[in-house]
Design a protein around this ligand. Structure first.
Ligand SMILES: [Zn+2]
Length: 88
């Protein structure tokens, strides 16, 4: 992930936390949805991405999943290093 984008996502998280996120910022969050960590439920919710509606890929062993367990642990290598398969 580009550092600039990550910084921006953290800024938007702060705005959500402070309950002052604007519609424009929500739209921006949606445009950045592919950069949101698959386990980051708060940002995904605000970006309107259904929690278990995308195929994800383990960054460590390339296991594919559309339904990670609730701990977001890879069933094969037990890492939590999921990435969106979609957006490669
Ligand atoms: Zn794995």
């Amino acid at each position: 992930m580009k550092k600039k984008i990550k910084t921006r996502l953290e800024y938007l998280r702060g705005e959500i936390g402070a309950e002052r996120i604007s519609y424009g910022e929500i739209a921006e969050l949606q445009s950045l949805a592919k950069y949101i960590d698959p386990g980051d439920v708060l940002l995904l919710e605000w970006a309107g991405v259904p929690e278990f509606d995308k195929t994800i890929e383990c960054g460590s062993c390339e296991q594919l999943s559309d339904k990670p367990d609730k701990n977001w642990e890879c069933p094969k290598c037990h890492s939590g290093n999921w990435e969106w398969k979609h957006y490669d």
